[in-house]
Design a protein around this ligand. Structure first.
Ligand SMILES: [Zn+2]
Length: 311
């Protein structure tokens, strides 16, 4: 029986772990590695204060085993030394608890979540006829009462293919929405530009009108100078506004959304390449995707992708 199964049985029987907590794989693992059950008492496994200052993590460090102080036969033993050693060897052989292995990143690492229970899902390699294949593992997450989620897994490549399709559809929709928004903004700017050009023409004609009035004696020398000056100032400010509007118009129509376009172009170019290593694929996915929710329904499966940007 594995640790996982033991955890499930304990939870299903509504038994509480030490300190009234819920049983976890790690609780069992620590118990199996704990020399207390040999009748020993061990001091000095950690250094530092376990007290929590406000807002601060307790400052506890693990000590190397040679610094532990162990008292033999401090109380009645529950297991023999042979049993204990046997357990340690079995634990080391158990792949679910690798001793010191750095897990290499897989394509879906940190991205895939179970749509049924919300927990993270993992992948593992399985031997097939011609080598190995990556599979999404069945969701093993367990409720506090020992009920296992059980959302079935699938070949990881099927998920990656589905992601590719969804990204393409998303990109299309995104472009469509952005273009629509941009077109609206451009239309508004165009209207403002036309209005500015019209008032510019009126102001230019204004000089002639003022001169005529002066010639006809309707306005005095002083008024003539004042009106010309005012008209000139208005003309200049309108010219300035028009220039900046035209600049903005140009920028908006040309720029689009460069950064976003670049990211998607990069994704398109690199995602489906056979030779890309899983870590590159993973990084690429993370440039545009936050989370992927997966649920298997019979032979089919559904993906809900949460992208970096809302549509
Ligand atoms: Zn689940």
């Amino acid at each position: 029986m594995g640790i996982w199964k033991i955890t499930q049985l304990l939870r299903a029987q509504r038994l509480k772990a030490p300190k009234g907590r819920t049983w976890h794989d790690n609780t069992i693992l620590r118990m199996l590695q704990n020399q207390v059950y040999l009748g020993k008492v061990v001091f000095g496994k950690t250094t530092g204060s376990g007290h929590k200052d406000r807002g601060r993590e307790p400052d506890v460090r693990q000590n190397p085993e040679e610094r532990w102080i162990i008292y033999d036969d401090a109380h009645e033993a529950l297991i023999t030394v042979e049993e204990f050693n046997d357990i340690q060897i079995k634990l080391m052989q158990n792949s679910r608890f690798p001793v010191h292995t750095k897990k290499s990143k897989q394509a879906l690492s940190g991205l895939l979540f179970c749509k049924k229970c919300g927990r993270a899902m993992t992948c593992n390699r399985r031997k097939v006829k011609d080598g190995e294949k990556l599979y999404v593992k069945k969701c093993q997450s367990m409720s506090d009462t020992g009920v296992v989620c059980g959302n079935p897994g699938i070949q990881a490549q099927d998920v990656l293919d589905a992601i590719d399709k969804k990204v393409k559809a998303y990109r299309k929709q995104l472009d469509h929405n952005k273009n629509k928004k941009r077109d609206k903004a451009l239309q508004l700017m165009q209207k403002q530009i036309t209005a500015h050009k019209q008032s510019l023409k009126n102001l230019e004609d204004g000089f002639g009108r003022i001169r005529n009035m002066y010639r006809l004696g309707v306005i005095s020398d002083e008024e003539f100078m004042k009106d010309i000056k005012k008209n000139k100032e208005e003309l200049e400010s309108t010219q300035n506004n028009l220039r900046s509007l035209e600049k903005q118009y140009q920028y908006t129509s040309a720029e689009g959304r460069k950064d976003l376009r670049d990211r998607f172009a990069d994704f398109d170019e690199n995602f489906s390449i056979e030779s890309s290593n899983p870590e590159d694929v993973n990084n690429l996915l993370k440039t545009i995707i936050e989370k992927i929710f997966y649920i298997r329904e019979g032979d089919d499966f559904v993906l809900d992708i949460k992208f970096m940007w809302d549509l």
